[in-house]
Design a protein around this ligand. Structure first.
Ligand SMILES: Nc1ncnc2c1ncn2[C@@H]1O[C@H](COP(=O)(O)OP(=O)(O)OP(=O)(O)O)[C@@H](O)[C@H]1O
Ligand SMILES: [Mg+2]
Length: 502
């Protein structure tokens, strides 16, 4: 490396000596001429380069502008074709839709597309009548007709508008989240039982009222805490205070739902919660049904209570018997109860005996399917699964319910489901907790169930002894049980108390 540097240095030295030698021999004027030539060549080169660069820049700008115009044009073409395909898709959807919803303030003029052929879309001028939340909607007023005429003039439309009434569902309106019974029921009547505020299958939202005789038997279902008992209280309030004076029955194995009605004069029996009492009451109601059957048999062409009451004297008229039965599923295992309920559901309507039964589930192993078939109105609150919702409703909608009081119902003779916000009766009922009163006066009596063989034997011996004026429990015990002791005496006392002997 060192050698190479030394060699390069020597070469550079020889070259410098050679140049100096040439300069010594070249005359002065010749050197200046060479220099001037050099400057001239440099200046010319610089000018040429500048001109060429300027031309290049102008050309580049021109090309960029042309490119920009081309890109803008191309994207316009693409955008228009995209919009065209979107419109085609929208028209296809419109053709395939069964219902096209037009949203506009009431009273305004709208155009609705009437699809009358495969690709033939006709725009039809329609008039949205105001105030059509419920009811049939009114004919347009003069003011509205004038507005329409002006519209006709300006739009050059020769046809008078069709007045749209039921065809415009108020789909956007939500169901109320709370319905106070007192706001909807002033004079309770069996002809106008209020079930809640509902959304009909066509989207209209309106109060749902129907006569009890049309609802017939009502089945209420739903998971715990979603409003079964609240609805039964609201129905109970309307029935017990109805101006037709029905004689009401209220059964609830949990003994909580109907406590606000305790002691009411319009109850046929005291509120019943013990399985035995419920069984006895249902048996008694079957006896009543048989008696009514007997009475009806004296007449021809009488197939319901209304007709019977029209043909007999005022004194012979029979009251409607609405039978409320909350938490029915808790005692549905009892054969006596299940059988009696089934009989009442099958034949009660004709004799004015209507069941309003509530239970968390209505699976067929709890009650026979024939019972379900006879419960003509179904109200389903929240169900844990679609399959549970289908049991009573035949549809899975109730599994999507989100709040207490919200339900889906199926009414006799009404196609489709009605979404319902059930009423709350707490503003009209005394639901504040209080100590139960033990006062017995004027209370209706619980019907007696008939004694079994053992009970009958105890009663017979007791009745014999009472004639002699001397009661001997030991003798009864020995005779009936073959022994005597605390358990036997207790049983004897229970039987005597049960059948009103003590
Ligand atoms: N229609 C309603 N409007 C407003 N709140 C309601 C309504 N129904 C029920 N609720 C609320 O839900 C609570 C529980 O209702 P409810 O006792 O009727 O349920 P349930 O279905 O009978 O339950 P369970 O099966 O446990 O007896 C009520 O105390 C009340 O707060
Ligand atoms: Mg309840």
């Amino acid at each position: 490396m060192k050698h190479q540097i030394i060699i390069l240095f020597v070469i550079a030295l020889i070259f410098a000596c050679a140049v100096l030698g040439v300069l010594v021999y070249v005359p002065d004027y010749q050197l200046r001429k060479y220099f001037n030539d050099l400057v001239y060549v440099f200046a010319t080169t610089v000018k040429t380069v500048t001109v060429i660069a300027g031309l290049g820049i102008v050309l580049a700008v021109l090309i960029a502008l042309l490119w920009l115009i081309a890109v803008t044009y191309a994207s316009g073409v693409v955008w228009r074709s995209m919009a065209r395909s979107r419109r085609a898709e929208a028209l296809k959807l419109e053709r395939e839709a069964t219902l096209i919803v037009t949203i506009a303030p009431p009273g305004s003029q709208v155009y609705a597309s009437e699809i009358s052929g495969k690709l033939h879309i006709e725009h039809k001028p329609l008039y949205l009548a105001p105030g059509i939340v419920s009811g049939s909607g009114a004919e347009p007023t003069w003011d509205e007709v004038k507005r329409w005429s002006f519209f006709q003039l300006t739009q050059n439309i020769s046809k008078r508008p069709d007045v749209v009434t039921e065809d415009v569902p108020q789909l956007q309106q939500p169901l109320p989240e709370y319905v106070d019974l007192s706001q909807h029921v002033t004079v309770p009547s069996l002809r106008n039982i209020f079930l809640g505020v509902g959304r009909l299958p066509n989207g209209l939202i309106q109060p749902i009222n129907a006569p009890l005789s049309r609802l017939v038997h009502i089945a209420v279902a739903g998971s715990s805490g979603f409003g079964k008992s609240t609805l039964m209280q609201a129905l109970g309030y309307q029935v017990i205070n109805a101006r037709e004076h029905p004689v009401t029955v209220m059964l609830d194995p949990q003994g909580v739902t109907f406590t606000s009605f305790e002691g009411s004069r319009n109850l046929r029996y005291p509120l019943a919660s013990e399985e035995q009492d419920i069984g006895a009451i249902l048996q008694d109601l079957l006896v009543e049904m048989e008696q009514r059957k007997e009475l009806f048999s004296h007449w021809r062409g009488i197939d319901d209570l209304g007709k019977y009451n029209q043909v007999v004297d005022a004194s012979g008229r029979l009251p409607v018997i609405p039978i409320f039965f909350d938490e029915f599923g808790l005692v549905a295992d009892s054969k006596v109860i299940a059988k009696s309920v089934k009989k009442l559901a099958q034949a009660g309507r004709k004799f004015g005996m209507y069941l309003i039964a509530g239970s968390q589930t209505w699976y067929s192993d709890e009650i026979s399917s024939s019972l379900k078939a006879n419960l003509s109105t179904s109200i389903q609150f929240y169900a844990k699964s679609k399959s549970q919702s289908r049991v009573l409703l035949g549809a899975g909608e109730a599994s999507q319910i989100t709040r207490p009081g919200q339900a889906f119902c199926r009414l006799p003779g009404q196609p489709g489901l009605i979404e319902l916000q059930a009423p709350d009766a707490s503003s009209v009922l005394d639901v504040a907790p209080s100590l139960a009163m033990t006062e017995m006066a004027s209370k209706p009596l619980m019907p007696q169930s008939s004694p079994d063989d053992l009970e009958q034997a105890i009663l017979d011996l007791y009745d014999e002894q009472i004639k002699t004026g001397e009661i001997n429990r030991a003798a009864i015990s020995l005779s009936v049980f073959g022994s005597k002791g605390g358990n036997q005496y207790r049983k004897i006392d229970e039987v005597l108390a049960k059948f009103g002997r003590v």
